[in-house]
Design a protein around this ligand. Structure first.
Ligand code: AMP
Length: 279
């Protein structure tokens, strides 16, 4: 496994590959877990070589404390990637990526960026668009792998490649969960013992909401979820929304031809967790 921190070095390596070598790319922010590794495994099966980036992208953080406290464990990450037979790891610094201008470009994702995470994390998707486009320019992957854990991000990246006519194929990967149902996340390591023990409540609530949505409308289900969190001693609900998977617009009236998904964001103290479920 090769590790590069410089754009020039990784590009030289990628250029030296035999013509026709297919590249699968998995962008991450590190603090890797089995969820990330499932993306690497899928990429490994579908491509000749796999490139994983580890980069905590400053421009996608709306909250400086969250950026500073984002978990980091590069030695463990490299050892996990080696065991997963990753071929190339790209670990640039912010300066390498942004030079001395750590700023996002502005994107129009046809309104996808205005919903949910876009409402609560100002500038987040401009940061995501900027870094994904930059990495695609550097790595030029045939396929890139994104988790449904960040479903809105996945839809936005698909929109980015469509609108900017980028030839990379975006592959979506299912959410990996802990045995008790909690969606795996690098941020889970920041939970206290008590918060971690209570955290399966998030997915349990999503599952109950899914059942309710078969007989109730979205607004009734949302009210029920809000109520469930109202008196929770450890978690504060930021939003719960049932939305159309394609447009991410909140559902008003159910249409049988459309696919819906329920999305949730909660705070456990200062730690923000998101999850979603297909309905
Ligand atoms: P992150 O390091 O959190 O930016 O995540 C890097 C990639 O891994 C993104 O495409 C995420 O959606 C994906 N990912 C993170 N957690 C999970 C999970 N539990 N299951 C599946 N994919 C995940």
């Amino acid at each position: 496994m090769l590790v590069f921190a410089k754009i020039k070095s990784i590009q030289e390596k990628l250029k030296s590959l035999k013509n026709g070598t297919t590249i699968g790319f998995v962008p991450t922010m590190g603090a890797l877990h089995e969820g990330h590794l499932s993306l690497v495994e899928k990429a490994k099966k579908e491509n000749d070589i796999v490139v994983v980036s580890i980069f905590v992208n400053p421009t996608q953080f709306d909250n400086i404390e969250d950026l500073i406290n984002y978990p980091k464990n590069i030695d463990k990450d490299l050892s996990l990637l080696k065991s997963a037979h990753c071929d190339i790891v790209f670990t640039p610094t912010p300066e390498e990526i942004y030079a001395n201008n750590i700023q996002s470009q502005s994107f129009d994702f046809d309104g996808l960026e205005l919903q949910m995470e876009g409402k609560f994390r100002e500038g987040h998707f401009n940061g995501v668009g900027t870094i994904v486009e930059r990495f695609f320019e550097i790595v030029k992957p045939h396929k890139a792998y994104f988790g449904e854990k960040d479903f809105q991000q996945l839809q936005i990246v698909k929109k980015l490649v469509e609108k900017h006519k980028i030839s990379t194929k975006i592959i979506s990967c299912p959410i990996h969960r802990e045995k008790d149902g909690l969606a795996m996340s690098s941020r889970n390591t920041r939970l206290t013992k008590e918060q971690r023990a209570a955290a399966p409540f998030i997915y349990e609530t999503l599952n109950k909401a899914k059942i309710q949505f078969t007989t109730k409308n979205a607004s009734e289900v949302s009210k029920w979820v809000e109520n469930e969190f109202k008196n929770h001693p450890l978690f504060t609900l930021e939003y719960f929304e049932i939305a159309d998977e394609e447009t991410l617009l909140p559902v008003e009236t159910k249409v049988s031809t459309k696919n819906y998904r329920a999305f949730i964001a909660i705070f456990a103290g200062k730690v923000r967790l998101i999850d979603n479920i297909s309905l």
